[in-house]
Design a protein. Sequence first.
Lengths: 319, 288
Amino acid sequence: MDLKFLDFEQPIAELEAKIEELRFVGDDAEVNINEEVARLKEKSESLTRSIFSKLSAWQIAQIARHPMRPYTADYLQSIAPDFQELHGDRMYADDPAIIGGVGHIDGRRIMFIGHQKGRDTKERVRRNYGMPKPEGYRKAQRLMRMAAKFSLPIVTFIDTPGAYPGVGAEERGQSEAIAYSLYLMARLRTPIVSVVIGEGGSGGALAIGVGDRLMMLQYSIYSVISPEGCASILWKSAEKAEDAAAAMRITAESLSKFELVDDVLPEPLGAAHRNPAAAADVVRNALLNSLDELDKLDIEQILVERQRRLSGFGQFKES
Amino acid sequence: MSWFEKLMPSRISTEKRTRSVPQGVWIKCPKCDAQLYRTELERNLYVCPKCDHHMRIGARRRIEYFLDADSLTELNASLEPEDPLKFRDSKRYRDRIVQAQKKTGEKDALITVSGNLMGRPVVVCAFEFAFMGGSMGSVVGEKFSRAAEHSAKTAAPLISFSASGGARMQEALFSLLQMAKTSAALANLGELKIPYVSVLTDPTTGGVSASLAMLGDVNIAEPKALIGFAGPRVIEQTVRQKLPDGFQRSEFLLDHGAIDMLIDRRQLREQIASLLDKLVPMPAPPTD
């Protein structure tokens, strides 16, 4: 399998290449090389562990955007195999950058909504690199209202560079679409749980991320602007993205220290794409736990708690 | 130099004359270049009398122009920004705050007051664009939410004047979440059926446009204000084409159905008062 190693993973990549090579040789050679392969595998694992124990914010951003990282549809496939996709905003179009629909996790009925990136070039273009247009948010709103109508809790998966900054998006009211999503979710009469699975890019991410619980996968990021965008405005150079990533504390770990995130979900060794099934298990269990907790409250209590949670965001002085 | 300028003796050319005048008595309209006498401009609420260009004005002046004289009480004036992330780019955020506070005399980018609009109690929020581009951080979000709560408690309509580049990057995710916080405060107000009028002024973009500014029961814009989600430069870079004239201006938004009406600054008081009277008539004063 071509794992598309990132720059800082090169030492791991070299070891893995060696292992592959040995295996290849092992097929037709008589020497027993199993021992050597096992030794190298162990070495590769401990190297991975050591590299992944001290990742910078920028490196984590690279992992969050990794081309092989599991996307919304991948998680749905493993945790809600009976998922049925529902399309369209009933007004203008179906935006493939956001997918939504109904399915079961462990017998629980759930409305799922998530950003969707594409895997190959063609699909990436079709899904606009996971950058939704107003019709995407309006589809999400429609599904949220439907969820409340049929008492389905909502689970959202966040993974977008941001809402699309294009001419058509502006013409059709990108600002209003995002703003109204925030407004709707604030008082929606059904539980809402969100997981950042990759990139949490600004208002385009938040627009499906307001609710009762916010979780982040260990190597996902969440920020008000992309590190590149921030760097080009504040440092006047996109090359300073690494500094911007660090300064904005975009990682799950730092955000949970500031209590902006409720839970950080651990990823398998070498990040979710190295073992998507294990990552999906973690997500599934975390979702079930959150939904169980919310089950103990009636909807009025949930709304009061949600209000308290939302109005508590922020740090300031008052003299 | 044109033939006309050559004919004129240099000492009476207008350009030289303005330079010798003490700064501030004359103001040049950024749109039509007319030289305007400050007192006259102030009387005209900083709308150019020659071309009707609406100049940017500060939050205090905005509120003063809008509400009845001597009716104002400022709300939550003591809120001040913090620097939870110890953010530093080419400058420290802490220093930027101090600099902006010195420049504007304000603690942060939003002023909130309660007061009367043509005799009716209202709550007003106004962004100070000169304070870090009117950017929304924790203080702006908290003051806006408290203003909405005050509006809910007193059943007084809420009116906001936005002028903002968006979320404040130096507060990172804290600032992003202010979008959710302010929208939630407005959702509460909405459930109580108290009107919220959003007035979008030049410029309103980014996180402020994509939250509180677009959520008015009635959205109003001043003429020719820049209003949008993404800034024009970002869009140009993304789509690699030149944007049409008037793109993302108030008139464009009116055409595309994003706002209810365009109102000249000099008409805002009367028009909004009249609007509120139709949405929620004021209770008649008790008769003896």
